[in-house]
Write a protein that binds this ligand. Structure first.
Ligand code: GAL
Length: 431
């Protein structure tokens, strides 16, 4: 592995966040109510966040000081539509100002419309299981694109539909806390596919009709992990195959190709075509599948490779496996030839001992992809700031920038300064 390498200027480097994880202060989203019910670790609450809603001016300055070229963020649906059908001018003005400041600083925004949270009124109607789930979401998409479309040309419709449906209906971690409800997993997945396909068309249509400047780019952020059987046991292989199909493949077919495949359904609900202008990939880790003789686990249980040392794990015990990034990007490129955006990639590392190497090792994989002629256009490190790691609370520290939750002070970690230099020069010298 070479000691130093360079990345092309065209590959934009930056970071990502999500509204519910950093903003704080919103009482109208379902994660606030989930927190009130004591479902977030250590009794913590989304109400605090990293106080980004009040500190966004300072945070945009910091992004700029750290030379980030692009920034992926989400808008909180409940701040825009706190009650069904009632649009909040305060929410609109807030985001318009945040976008304006980013653009002024030359930081390209990519805006996510659904990042795991929804308004409480939507949750109370049944969330993505309600009869009007898609219709309600599409109304929000239409309003958002009409309202922000002059500032925002790049949109990510839905973040990690696979993790969302799994953690909300199979693992009980996210609201409404369903357990092992595979029927709900499928129903929600199908609705999210349809919502994405409709949004894709609508976003293009609105921006075109209104004559908004800039090339419209729409995609979603797919969580793609490396799945491998632990050994040659037939159940390990079968379980790995089934998990890969239900966690990755049915989404690829749906979100990218517009095709419903078994068990979601069949055919092309919104016509044939390609419904992504970029392939958004959230990549974190590798999971090995161990035969479990329990069809409930799809015949195999995912686990971390028992042979790897602690130095190859992050603070949450996930394997650090940079080559996996090369593999997932190469596979999707071969299939669709869509420009790749690494919409998330990052590490919880409180002591900041592994982050710099983690980033460099993953950027090196991007360099390999680019050398192979694969178009990689964006890298968004997860995350800009320490934040609420959903049901795990504020413990895991993913941030380039450390947040002292006692006074909400920001402090860039040493790795943030090293990454800033990489963003500015695109030259990487291994420490
Ligand atoms: C992703 C998610 C992010 C963040 C990250 C770190 O699944 O989109 O919101 O929590 O994982 O675990």
């Amino acid at each position: 592995m070479s000691k130093s390498f360079e990345l092309p200027k065209e590959l934009l480097l930056g970071s990502a966040t999500a509204a519910t994880q950093i903003e704080g202060g919103d009482v109208n989203n379902n994660w606030y109510h989930w927190s009130l019910a004591g479902k977030v670790g250590n009794g913590e609450s989304s109400i605090t966040g990293a106080d980004h809603y009040n500190k966004y001016v300072e945070d945009v300055e910091l992004l700029s000081e750290l030379h980030h070229e692009c920034y992926r963020m989400s808008i909180e649906w409940s701040r825009i539509e706190p009650e069904q059908g009632k649009w909040s001018s305060e929410g609109v003005e807030h985001y318009r100002d945040e976008f304006r400041r980013l653009i002024q600083k030359g930081i390209k925004p990519l805006v996510t419309l659904h990042h795991f949270s929804c308004p409480q009124w939507y949750q109370e109607k049944g969330g993505w299981l309600s009869e009007n789930a898609v219709e309600d979401f599409i109304r929000f998409v239409k309003f958002s694109v009409e309202t922000f479309g002059d500032q925002i040309s790049e949109w990510c419709t839905i973040n990690e539909p696979n993790v969302f449906a799994n953690d909300s209906y199979m693992d009980g971690k996210y609201p409404p806390g369903g357990h092992g409800d595979i029927a709900a997993y499928m129903k929600v997945t199908k609705r999210m596919v349809i919502a994405h396909l409709k949004s894709y068309k609508l976003i293009h249509q609105i921006r075109k009709e209104k004559g908004f400047a800039g090339e419209t780019k729409v995609g979603f952020a797919h969580h793609i992990a490396i799945f491998e059987p632990l050994n040659s046991h037939p159940l390990a292989k079968l379980g790995c195959f089934l998990s890969d199909y239900l966690f990755h493949e049915i989404h690829m077919k749906g979100f990218v190709e517009g095709k419903l495949v078994f068990p979601l359904g069949s055919g092309y609900p919104e016509g044939k075509g390609i419904f992504c202008d970029f392939m958004g990939i959230n990549y974190y880790s590798r999971h090995l599948f161990k035969a479990s003789y329990n069809p409930g686990n799809l015949f195999a249980t995912p686990m971390v490779d028992p042979t790897i040392p602690e130095s190859s794990k992050n603070d949450l015990g996930w394997e650090i496996y940079p080559e996996g990034l090369y593999k997932v990007c190469q596979r999707t490129w071969k299939r669709y030839k869509l420009p790749i955006y690494i919409t998330e990639n990052g590490i919880p590392d409180e002591k900041d001992e592994k982050r710099e190497k983690y980033i460099i090792d993953h950027l090196y994989q991007l360099k390999r992809l680019l050398d192979d002629g694969i178009k990689v256009e964006r890298y968004y490190y997860w995350s800009f700031l320490d934040n609420l790691e959903w049901n795990d609370g504020y413990g895991p520290r993913f941030g380039l920038v450390e947040v002292d939750y006692s006074n909400m002070k920001r402090k860039p970690r040493p790795s943030a300064l090293r990454y800033a230099k990489i963003c500015r020069t695109k030259k990487i010298v291994r420490p």
